[in-house]
Ligand binder design. Structure first.
Ligand code: NDP
Ligand code: MG
Length: 382
């Protein structure tokens, strides 16, 4: 039995992971869960999975949560320290990082230092701390098994092949809700419009990232750190059916692709069970139903965020962190109706121009950088 911790169990990935566990009770035991504020969902999960620990980020909810789970015997913790604590428990095998945003960085590093395997959904963590995480991994027995569907696909397509045989990683993108639109069509986009994704049902932040194509940009950086491939050899292709989750093009001209239903429980199950494969929870792909698979070039003039992420990745050092932090802040502002949809790339560009890149840095530096970049953006908005 694998002993599992889920950071962000009340979110889109977290609840789907628990659905996998629900169907694979003989494979997994849930040791700890965490949420930010959704106490009702968390209590429901505690009742169903009886974890040893729960972490609630929102300090104001600690005593209520204690009252509500006391009869189950689950211990209640809070804060990032709580996330670090549950990620390093001696009996834990694998930590699913499904919180949203770079808050996942500290617990992920703590878990790697204790040799835990990481099922990584939380891409922002790798984007801001890629070099630190790689350094920690080199000193640890931990493995990162990607949950992001594209990276799960690449991981599966690369299986057993020599890295020198790889020509390009080809990430697929659905194109989001505004595929085919031009900038002039996007001046009046509201959060409600941007939150409607054509293929995936996801959390709010990643839904906005999918609409701007920043999600794909973050995934390009994620792929660079996960698979050690240069940015010039990481390509993005729009594939609106979202059936091919990504591909590897080899030097000999072969392209190996991974296909499956558009359901995150598939890559979640793969990451949690790795290296085993057991019966699918969601059924098998009906190829006849999807009789046409199409591909298009991404429009990086309209969806500038993708271009900015490539730029940040190529500059390297702290630039991907600045790009990610600026994006997190801009998405918050957009979701709160403080800026327009098309302001998102403008703000990110401003931040990337303003913050000098640094090539030697540690975790404390990144945590501080978050405060500085967010403050800088709040000031320009004022
Ligand atoms: P959600 O917004 O649905 O869920 C986020 C989870 O993190 C919730 O449990 C939430 O708690 C918790 N959380 C939010 N803010 C904080 C915080 N400051 N500190 C601690 N916990 C917090 O996000 P998703 O599940 O959509 O995404 C999670 C991660 O997975 C993201 O990094 C995303 O990019 C990545 N991902 C998601 C995919 C998807 O299909 N959804 C696909 C591929 C990657 P509460 O519910 O209480 O707010
Ligand atoms: Mg993805």
């Amino acid at each position: 039995m694998k002993q599992l911790v889920i950071l962000g169990s009340t979110g889109s990935i977290g609840t789907q992971a628990l659905d996998v566990v629900r169907h694979k009770r003989d494979e997994f035991n849930v040791v700890a869960l965490s949420a930010h504020s959704n106490i009702n969902k968390l209590v429901e999960q505690v009742k169903e999975f009886s974890p040893e620990y729960v972490v609630i980020m929102n300090e104001n909810l600690v005593s209520e949560l204690k009252d509500r789970v006391s009869n189950i015997g689950t211990k209640v913790l809070s804060g990032v320290e709580g996330l670090e604590f549950i990620s390093t428990l001696h009996n834990v095998d694998i930590v699913l990082t499904s919180v949203v945003g770079m808050i996942g960085l500290r617990p992920t590093i703590a878990a790697i230092r204790e040799g835990k395997d990481i099922a990584l959904a939380n891409k922002e963590t790798l984007v801001v701390g890629g070099s630190i995480i790689k350094d920690e991994l080199s000193k640890s027995k931990s493995r990162i098994i990607p949950v992001d569907s594209e990276h799960s696909a690449l991981f599966q397509c690369l299986n057993g092949e020599s890295r020198s045989a790889v020509n390009n990683l080809i990430l697929t993108a659905s194109g989001g809700p505004f595929r085919g639109k031009k900038k002039e069509d996007l001046t009046q986009v509201t959060p409600e419009m941007a939150l409607k994704h054509p293929r995936w049902n996801m959390g709010r932040k990643i839904s906005i990232d999918s609409a701007t194509l920043m999600n794909k940009g973050l995934e390009v950086i994620e792929a660079h750190y996960l698979f050690d491939v240069d940015y010039d050899n990481i390509k993005v292709v729009i594939h609106p059916q979202s059936i091919i989750h990504s591909m590897v093009e080899y030097k000999d001209g072969s392209i190996i692709a991974q296909l499956s239903n558009t359901d995150m429980r598939h890559p979640i199950q793969y990451a949690l069970e790795y290296p085993n494969r057991t019966e699918s929870l969601i059924g098998y792909l009906d190829l006849i139903k999807y009789n046409t698979l199409t591909f298009e070039e991404p429009d990086i003039e309209t969806f500038e965020c993708l271009k900015l992420a490539y730029e940040a990745g190529k500059v390297g050092g702290t630039m991907p962190a600045v790009c990610n932090i600026a994006n997190e802040e801009a998405v918050d502002l957009f979701l709160n109706n403080k800026i327009k949809f098309l302001d998102i790339p403008i703000i990110i560009k401003e931040a990337m121009n303003n913050f000098k890149v640094k090539y030697e840095f540690d975790l404390e530096y990144i945590i501080n950088l978050e405060k500085e970049v967010r403050e800088y953006i709040r000031n320009i908005i004022k």
